[in-house]
Ligand binder design. Structure first.
Ligand code: SF4
Length: 278
């Protein structure tokens, strides 16, 4: 994570697709919140791999393939720690590549503004109220209707693949890839997400600095990180960040486990009702 001395732990989590165990190391000293981002991504990736294995075993392999970027036209939400990490990554790029990326970001911003969505995206990023999925739905749909490629998409490939947001990593589908060409009209079956890392990191940030667990639309994430650069320089003990982040993961997983158990028993009751009706 950094060059500081580290403490090692073994994380063990009960996910809906099985037990996940993962060795982790965190700096013992004071670090910014971005330090926890790669670790959380790794955790999400391993939880997702368990989910994928379960889906394959049930006869539903993943259809997503390299070069298939139909979903890279959707509005991607990122947490504040991810927005800061994205800014750090862009600043560390060679000049020419950084300049190209900045141009694409401002073109996207201009197009969003032309479509009348910029103020609404900014409101979402800066809101002091908790975000509600249902309220976000119209904005998500209007954005998707633009069919605007993500500013980080180059030749239908993600140009920041290793650093892409958690939300991009978590969207995997089991229905044929062609259906993703229109995710509104077509019934696309997405792999269940055991733990949404952007939500976890959003909740972590909210606990660290106060305010709602905000999610920032990717096209304006860099602008947001610029405006909030003073918060980027705050530091916490690495072990404290890990404890708080894992607490949010545990909470998320317990809700997800309860939610799936409830959905399972609803389905069971439905099947019994159908059988007794026959
Ligand atoms: S960041 Fe990469 S994976 Fe995510 S929407 Fe953009 S191009 Fe696609």
């Amino acid at each position: 994570m950094t060059d500081m001395p580290v403490e090692r732990f073994e994380v063990s989590l009960n996910t809906p697709a099985g037990l996940l165990t993962m060795p982790v190391e965190v700096p013992t000293g004071f670090v910014p919140v971005t330090t926890i981002v790669p670790l959380m991504r790794r955790l999400s990736q391993q939880a997702q791999a368990l989910e994928e294995r379960k889906s394959v075993a049930a006869g539903h392999p993943i259809s997503c393939r390299m070069g298939c970027a139909a979903c890279c036209r959707m509005l991607v939400p990122v947490s504040a720690p991810e927005a800061f990490a994205l800014k750090d990554m862009i600043l560390a790029l060679p000049d020419a590549r950084r300049a190209r990326m900045m141009t694409k970001l401002s073109e996207t911003r201009a197009r969003v503004e032309q479509a009348g969505l910029l103020a609404r995206l900014t409101d979402v990023a800066e809101t002091t109220q908790p975000l509600i999925d249902e309220e976000m739905e119209p904005l998500n749909r209007e954005y998707y209707a633009l069919r605007m490629p993500c500013p980080f998409l180059e030749n239908e490939t993600c140009s920041i693949y290793e650093d892409r947001p958690a939300a991009c990593r978590e969207l995997l589908v089991t229905t044929p890839a062609e259906l993703c060409q229109d995710m509104v009209k077509n019934q696309v079956q997405a792999l269940p997400v055991p733990v949404r890392i952007s939500t976890v990191l959003g909740a972590l940030w909210s606990e660290l600095v106060g305010g709602p667990a905000r999610l920032i639309p990717l096209p304006i994430a860099l602008d947001w990180a610029e405006r909030h650069s003073a918060e980027r320089s705050l530091v916490w003990k690495g072990t404290q960040l890990l404890d708080k982040a894992l607490d949010k993961v545990w909470r998320y997983l317990s809700q997800e486990l309860a939610h799936r158990a409830e959905a399972g028993s609803r389905m069971q009751r439905g099947t019994e009702g159908t059988s007794s009706g026959n």
